[in-house]
Design a protein around this ligand. Structure first.
Ligand code: PEP
Length: 255
């Protein structure tokens, strides 16, 4: 049985003070939700403070990115060794990193290996762009992202998480339907089984991301292969984020 998981990606939002007050406003209600793992991924500068606030709670903390080298002359970058004492998760290969910062599948692969080495749990994002979707290339794009991204990674990849985030659904208010998301996520699980073996693929959590709200979270999580959500915009609204986690927990509990 895979434990459902909901993570909030705050992206480049919140100052330190705003991050602290966002966590304050949802901490208690999130903490008591059972049967679902949950995490928030604030900007780097707030990770230490938020981790301190959430110490001893059931809410995990993640980073939104990291570089793959351990240390050195990489001005402005953050290494896995800087993160692993502060947080548990790291998002790798988010489509905004791929689109605006030239992150390639090869870089994603290096980041995944570096995250494992540092004991971080990666949340690896994959997903097709609108034009790829319309050209019927979803399977091809995702297979490439998975096969290149996971190259050289063994079946023993711990509790790594995959997030299927169709780029056309991110921040657009146009979420994939639960059927579309289930179809692609079950395909991803099949591909994972080719790379990592059947047992690892069936144990691995695969989240859906892209315009998840309190209104659609339950229906998405009710799908057999969807193990939760990676939430962007709605994770900045405390009531909404709590409601998404509650809806996910309820849908999975009912299965
Ligand atoms: C994301 O950035 O990972 C995301 C899914 O964003 P949104 O929920 O805003 O579509």
């Amino acid at each position: 049985m895979r434990i459902p998981f909901v993570a909030g990606n705050w992206k480049m939002n919140t100052t330190l003070d705003e991050a602290v007050s966002l966590v304050r406003s949802m901490h208690q209600r999130l903490d008591v939700i059972e049967g679902t793992e949950k995490a928030v991924c604030p900007p780097f500068v707030s990770i230490a403070a938020i981790s301190e606030m959430l110490r001893g709670s059931t809410i995990g903390v993640g980073a939104q990115n990291m570089y793959f080298e351990e240390k050195g002359a990489y001005t402005g970058e953050i290494s896995p060794m800087m993160l692993n004492k502060l947080c548990k998760y790291v998002i790798v290969g988010h489509s905004e990193r791929r689109q605006y910062f030239g992150e390639t599948n090869q870089m994603v692969n290096k980041k995944l290996k570096a995250a494992f080495k540092a004991g971080l749990t990666p949340i690896m994002c994959v997903g097709e762009r609108l034009e790829e979707n319309e050209a019927g290339k979803t399977e091809e794009v995702i297979t490439d992202q998975l096969f290149c991204g996971l190259d050289g990674i063994t079946a023993n990849s711990g509790n790594m998480v995959i997030a299927y985030e169709p780029v056309w659904a991110i921040g657009t208010g146009k979420a994939a339907t639960s059927t579309q998301a289930q179809t692609t996520i079950s395909l991803i699980r099949k591909k994972l089984s080719t790379v990592l073996g059947k047992a690892t693929a069936s144990d691995m959590r695969i989240l859906y991301g892209g315009s998840v709200t309190a209104a659609n979270a339950g229906e998405l999580a009710a799908q057999p292969d969807i193990d939760g959500a990676l939430v962007g915009g709605a994770s900045l609204k405390p009531q909404e984020f709590v409601a998404i986690v509650e809806a996910t927990a309820a849908a999975k509990h009912a299965q």
